[in-house]
Design a protein around this ligand. Sequence first.
Ligand SMILES: *Cc1c(COP(=O)(O)O)cnc(C)c1O
Length: 480
Amino acid sequence: MKGLGWRPHGSFSKRMKNKNRSALWKPFTQMTDLAREEPLVIARGEGRWLVTDRGRRLYDGVSSLWANVHGHRIREIDQAIRRQLSQIAHTTLLGPTHEPAEVLAQKLVALAPRGLTRVFYSDNGSTAVEVALKMAFQYHRQKPRPEPARTRFLALTQGYDGDTLGAVGVGGIALFHQVYGPLIRRPLRAPAPHAYRCPLRHRHDGQGCWRGCLAVLERIVARHHRKIAAFVFEPLVQGAAGMVMHPPQYLAAAARLCRAHGILLVADEVATGFGRTGTMFACEAAGVAPDFLCLAKGLTGGYLPLAATLTTEPVYRAFLGPYGSFKAFFHGHTYSGNPLACAAALANLDLLLEKRVVEGVARKTPMLARALSSLARHPHVGEIRQKGFMVGIELVADRTSKKPFPLEARTAYRVGLACRARGLLLRPLGDVIVLMPPLTATARELAWMTEVVKEAIDEVTVSRPMREAQVSQADITGGR
Ligand SMILES: *Cc1c(COP(=O)(O)O)cnc(C)c1O
């Protein structure tokens, strides 16, 4: 490399083709496998499409990792960032304040479920959860009648709340989290309702099966409630688990139970927030008003890193006191509430409301369901799970026994490649194909995506014998 000058669209892409020149260690990726592949270089975006350095258009079928809302290069959001850039790119919230952070906080409070009146910024989903965990723990020590024994968290099997150690601590996906076991304190773990693969190994038809899981939760709470600071959950959809879904009735009952026992509710809406499931927040569908609401992915429309942890007046007040009481929340990130990111978030929220995007998701959800139903009888589709624009299609070797494909077959990964060859970019989770299009996706695009997935599954599972047996950690995890 000559000098340090860098321009977009320069000669970088050509050099990239020499894979050995990359200095990157990529997230959730087995780099050994990656080195065998041609790198996919995204040069720019056009609405809901990505354009590669070779000019190929790929539909952004997982919203650039579940974050994008309106598409790429949206005029209003671009302009909002430029306007802010002409003022200042970054200034700290440790001490001073700035208008974008203040206005955004007010708008978030207005949108959020009742009772959430205070906004604490950080810069990603993991830290949004981290903040909630620390606040919940500290609240019980500092509240008017302290309960310092409440030091444990209650979480669900297969949960995913991020990759920092606190979030890993409550996480329940063995493949991502087990290795770090010695570093963290395990939470109390309740089974997440999952009708297709029941965590209690019950044989049932799925109807009302959540009651069995609720009964276990009741037993845990009855026995341990004095030790539990908070219940941490992804409302309605456990995304990284493979789009595992529970009914609102379960969530409502679990929330009532926790409330009755002084256990705070931490709703991780990093993936479900901002209309993804057809309501602004997934909690709303269950009538749950949590004590903490963790937001990130869709907050800036998928533009810039920003996260928010919303909480209540009682929690906020427990941290007030004279300087010497040291009750302050000793936590903050350098870029907490970055002005450019706040400006993007404000423009994103304006667009969401003006264009009635959330109502659009609710309206298009049945169309997507109809399109997906054409896959329901496929011999290698075990279950299709959908909530709004969050879809998981679980592939199985055998429908009757629900037997999975062997890991070495890399089935969903190959389906993903077959989709890519047809112009659709996806990233599966294990053997679950994930569809998470931008919320402005049209009915035609939804139908097209489903058709492409069907062809791709056929190509991989039916017409071609399974070979190229190569275990790849990247495919097992499938990333997020
Ligand atoms: C993605 C995700 C996180 C972590 O967010 P990051 O910004 O990747 O740290 C946490 N919780 C849920 C539910 C998520 O989907």
